[in-house]
Design a protein around this ligand. Structure first.
Ligand SMILES: Nc1ncnc2c1ncn2[C@@H]1O[C@H](COP(=O)(O)OP(=O)(O)O)[C@@H](O)[C@H]1O
Ligand SMILES: [Mg+2]
Length: 387
């Protein structure tokens, strides 16, 4: 675990570049630092591998105050990937990856086999790339080599400072996917700096939002999207963000608990009364009435009751709509929209893991929920104007 305890940093004793930075990164966690240029992301990062030291407070790694650890030793367990000037131009890719292994006096055989292993891991054919020079490969490939080099001596922590910001969007997407996969496979603790909200949402398990040297919010991407801690953050992420990531809006955010149930053996007249009393358009038919933990079996609309009267049927279960739909409470907006449109449902019952009714989504409720988060015409996304 990496722990920042009330860390402040100033260079000239007057201006505080970082103010009381206090957060924890769990072992194996992927944390993204995001904020505008100059807000202190790189400074925060450099405190972890002691490229700089705090003016006040301390950085603790696995319980140890790193101000007491020799920086050279410390850096062996911390890989560092930066955007530019990462690779030595006069060294081959192999030599670049082996800089630290060489310092550690690994023999040639061990170094080379590690390089080969890492190049393969990053989807670069070692037979082709090991001997090449940085100027002979693309930007995306250089960044892959940068990551391979950071992994060379198998550090448990990786710091990545805007590593992909110079890449074209497609290369960037690919390499982001690879980094996610790598982290899952290798279980590294990663601190990743970006000023791009799309990237932060895609990669971060948690995102620390910085402004003027302070953390404004430190939370999961979901929470930051749904409950931005300030107007500034809201603006930064852009109101239309949720449209770009509808899978981040969960059923539990859209559903309502305002619904009424009726037991399947009940009489039609009881259904009429309930509809009238509660001024509702539908009733969810359940196995047992009352209580909360019921399996939904069907739905009753007014039209079903009229059908019952016309055909002399008296029980709710004989006239309820049986081809109604349920959805899992952990599903997202996309799933809801798919379900609603595929069967043209007006009401969807939300069920928990035990298939018990826990809420409903109506088409009107869905529209309401959506309109609260919908982008307005006058507001363009501001995301891309930063940096
Ligand atoms: N060595 C330094 N001396 C003085 N000021 C610095 C130094 N390094 C960074 N700063 C200032 O600290 C602030 C934060 O910088 P930085 O952490 O690099 O921001 P970011 O990475 O978020 O763009 C900036 O205002 C920058 O000018
Ligand atoms: Mg920076």
């Amino acid at each position: 675990m990496i722990e920042f305890r009330n860390v402040s940093k100033s260079y000239d004793k007057r201006t505080l570049i970082l103010k009381n930075i206090d957060f924890k990164v769990k072992t194996g966690e992927f944390v993204v630092l995001i904020g505008e240029s100059g807000c202190g992301k790189t400074t925060t990062m450099k405190l972890v591998n002691r490229l700089i030291d705090p003016t006040e407070g301390s950085v603790i790694i696995d319980g140890e105050d790193i101000s007491k650890v020799n920086p050279i030793i410390l850096r062996r367990r911390i890989g560092y990937v930066i955007q530019k000037e990462g690779l030595m131009p006069h060294m081959t890719i192999g030599e670049n990856i082996e800089i630290v292994p060489k310092l550690l006096k690994w023999d040639e055989q061990k170094r080379k086999s590690r390089s080969y292993e890492l190049l393969s891991l990053l989807n670069l054919d070692p037979e082709i790339y090991y001997e090449k020079y940085p100027h002979e490969v693309s930007g995306g490939q250089k960044q892959r080599v940068g990551i391979a080099r950071a992994l060379a001596v198998n550090p448990d922590i990786i710091l990545m400072d805007e590593p992909f910001s110079a890449l074209d969007p497609i290369t960037r997407e690919n390499i982001q996917d690879e980094v996610l996969k790598l982290q899952k496979e290798l279980g590294k603790t990663i601190i990743f700096v970006t000023h791009d909200m799309d990237e932060a949402i895609k990669l971060g398990e948690r995102i620390a939002f910085l402004k003027d040297g302070e953390i404004l919010q430190f939370d999961t991407p979901d929470q930051i999207l749904k409950n931005p801690a300030s107007e500034y953050i809201e603006q930064f992420i852009g109101k239309d963000r949720i449209w770009k990531t509808p899978n981040k809006l969960l059923v539990s955010d859209i559903m309502t608990k305002q619904y009424w149930t009726i037991e399947k053996r009940s009489n039609i007249s009881r259904a009429f009364n309930l509809l009238k009393t509660h001024d509702t358009d539908f009733l969810i038919v359940t196995e047992i009435e009352g209580g909360k933990h019921l399996e939904p079996l069907g739905i009753i609309f007014r039209k079903n009751l009229i059908y019952a009267m016309e055909n002399g049927l008296t029980r709710v279960r004989d006239v309820m709509d049986k081809d109604f739909v349920t959805i899992d409470k952990d599903s997202n907006l996309l799933d809801v929209l798919n379900k609603m449109s595929s069967i043209n449902a007006k009401v969807i019952s939300v069920v928990d893991n035990n298939n018990h009714l826990t809420g409903v989504i109506t088409n009107i409720g869905l529209l309401n929920a959506i309109s609260k988060i919908a982008p307005t015409n006058s507001e363009e996304s501001e995301v891309d104007t930063y940096e």
